[in-house]
Structure formats: structure tokens, C-alpha cells
Design a protein around this ligand. Structure first.
Ligand SMILES: O=C(O)CCC(=O)C(=O)O
Length: 300
């Protein structure tokens, strides 16, 4: 029984208040039971198919791979760790991102006019080593304002030992943290800031079918999966319709900017102050960027 899977499309005023104060909220009902079953079945099939590949494969709009494999991947022990923009290749994921509860929840927090940005699936299969270094999503693709969020829908139970998301409560009210070190865009905060994040972070645990909705400026990261159970997340980015990107997305998709609730805006709302921009990187996922930066840091 997947007790997180029920149909609760909108958030309560307490949940909205929690999101505003802490920068995140966990809710149940990320997808209808039928949609949830279809998503996991399709993902199981992608993992099976990955066994026949030795290198990253598939192609997205930018030419970078659709399917990203962790080093050490093989037929016996698949290490598929990312599917980029599954909505472009799957009706099931397209429907979940556009027509399901995720869009309604985004509208409760950003609404009424909401745009789709991008989506992806992050997998941490048992025996894999991928972790996520602390960062804010905003810094990868900054917008004219910060009314944007990331919805992380749990396709498995997310637990303390399977590499759960860690978030730093309230950090969305502390401005932009730099993801640059030594004049390079590293995709993660400095070692000092990471230590601070680890001190302040709280784990996000939940049942399959739950979702964590996270402000675009919230600092977050996650450890590797130390358990024998998978941890898979379907992750969708949404923004207010009047937030416009200041740079090209690193993983562009054909639905970017599509209105999922309400109507389009011809006005770009501006956030005060200055915004630190990323550099463009053409990689299969930010895992590669963060890993390269971590290797460079070790060599220093
Ligand atoms: O998969 C995770 O644990 C975190 C995901 C994340 O931070 C991201 O994709 O931006």
C-alpha cells in the first residue's frame, strides 16, 4: 500500500505558511494512483534498457545525453542516475508535470499564473555513489524574480539512509549564495558554506507519492544512498508566469516556458539587486559539473 498516494491537489493555508517561512513544504498526493503506477513502470523499463548501454545515451535539444550513467555502470548493476526532461519522451511524465496535482500545488504557492521550466528524474539506485553538493537551483538558471520552485516527487519512500534530500530551513530568505569558486562556476557552494549547510540542514523523508516543494533559493543537497532500496525522484521546476530566465538553460526542453496554470505574462517582474550568473556547461547533468569541481578542489 502506497499511503502517500492520494488525490489532494491543493495545499492548506498551514502548508503555504510553512513554505513561505521555511522555504519548503512536504505534501502528499503528488500524482493520482494510476499516474504514479505508470511513472514507476516506465522508469523501471528505462532502468532495464540502461543495462544494454555502456555510455550516456539518447539526445536532448542541446545535443547532450538524455540518459546519464554513473561511472561504474554495467549490465549486471545498472547505475542510471538521471533522465533529462522525461516529459519530452513520455506522455505519462508530461501529464504528471502539466495536468496533475504538481501544477496545482505550484499554483497554490506561485499562482495563479504558472510556467513550466524543466523536469528530470534523479535516481540513486542501491550501490551507487552519487551525491548532490549543496546549492540553490536559482543559481543554475537565474530569473528576473525568484518566484520559482522545484517540486521533488518521491517515486520511492525517501528515508534517512537512502540518500534523502537535505534542506536548510529559512535559507531562501538569505539571498543568493555564490556557486563560483576560484573564478569558476562550480555548481556548489564553498567548503565553508557547505559546513554551515550541514550544521543547519534537516532531512526530508516521506512516502512514495509525497512531494517536497522547495523555493528556488533554498540551499539543499543530499548524500549517497547507503541502503539496499532505490531512491528515485521526479523533479519539476515551475515559476510565476512573469519570471523570465536571464541565461539559457543548461538542459533546454521543448516545453520550457509553457503555461501550466493561468495565463502568460508580457511583463517581466524584476527582483531588486544584482544576480550572479552561471557559465554555460554542456554536460549530461549537474552531477558531472559538481564531480569535476570536487576533483579540482581536492587537487588544490
Ligand atoms: O536528487 C537530489 O537529492 C537533489 C536534487 C537536486 O538538488 C537537483 O536536481 O537540483
Amino acid at each position: 500500500m502506497l499511503c502517500g498516494v492520494c488525490v489532494v491537489a491543493f495545499l492548506s493555508s498551514e502548508q503555504v505558511e510553512h513554505y513561505r517561512r521555511e522555504g519548503y513544504v512536504v505534501a502528499s498526493g503528488a500524482a493520482t494512483p494510476a499516474s504514479f503506477a505508470a511513472m514507476t513502470a516506465e522508469l523501471d523499463a528505462w532502468v532495464e534498457d540502461s543495462r544494454s548501454h555502456r555510455e550516456n545515451y539518447g539526445e536532448t535539444l542541446s545535443g547532450s545525453p538524455r540518459f546519464d550513467l554513473e561511472p561504474g555502470h554495467g549490465a549486471a548493476r545498472p547505475r542510471l542516475r538521471r533522465v533529462n526532461n522525461p516529459a519530452e519522451i513520455s506522455e505519462t511524465y508530461r501529464t504528471a508535470a502539466f495536468d496533475g496535482p504538481l501544477g496545482d500545488m505550484a499554483a497554490s504557492l506561485l499562482g495563479p499564473d504558472v510556467k513550466f521550466l524543466q523536469c528530470k528524474i534523479n535516481l540513486k539506485l542501491p550501490g551507487t555513489a552519487t551525491r548532490v553538493d549543496y546549492h540553490q537551483d536559482f543559481a543554475y538558471v537565474p530569473y528576473t524574480n525568484d518566484d520559482a520552485l522545484t517540486a521533488l516527487a518521491m517515486l520511492d519512500d525517501m528515508t534517512l539512509d537512502n540518500g534523502c534530500l537535505m534542506v536548510v530551513p529559512g535559507s531562501h530568505r538569505e539571498g543568493q549564495a555564490s556557486l563560483w569558486q576560484y573564478e569558476r562556476f562550480t555548481g556548489s557552494v564553498s567548503a565553508e558554506k557547505t559546513a554551515e549547510c550541514k550544521r543547519r540542514a534537516v532531512p526530508i523523508v516521506g512516502k512514495a507519492g509525497d512531494v517536497c516543494l522547495m523555493h528556488t533559493l533554498l540551499l539543499h543537497g543530499s548524500d549517497a544512498n547507503a541502503s539496499d532500496r532505490p531512491r528515485r525522484l521526479f523533479i519539476c521546476g515551475y515559476s510565476a508566469a512573469d519570471a523570465f530566465p536571464l541565461v539559457r538553460a543548461s538542459l533546454p526542453n521543448c516545453f520550457q516556458g509553457a503555461i501550466v496554470r493561468g495565463k502568460a505574462s508580457r511583463h517581466a517582474r524584476l527582483r531588486a539587486g544584482s544576480v550572479e550568473l552561471p557559465t554555460e556547461f554542456n554536460m549530461a547533468s549537474f552531477f558531472q559539473l559538481q564531480e569535476r569541481s570536487a576533483r579540482r578542489a581536492v587537487r588544490r
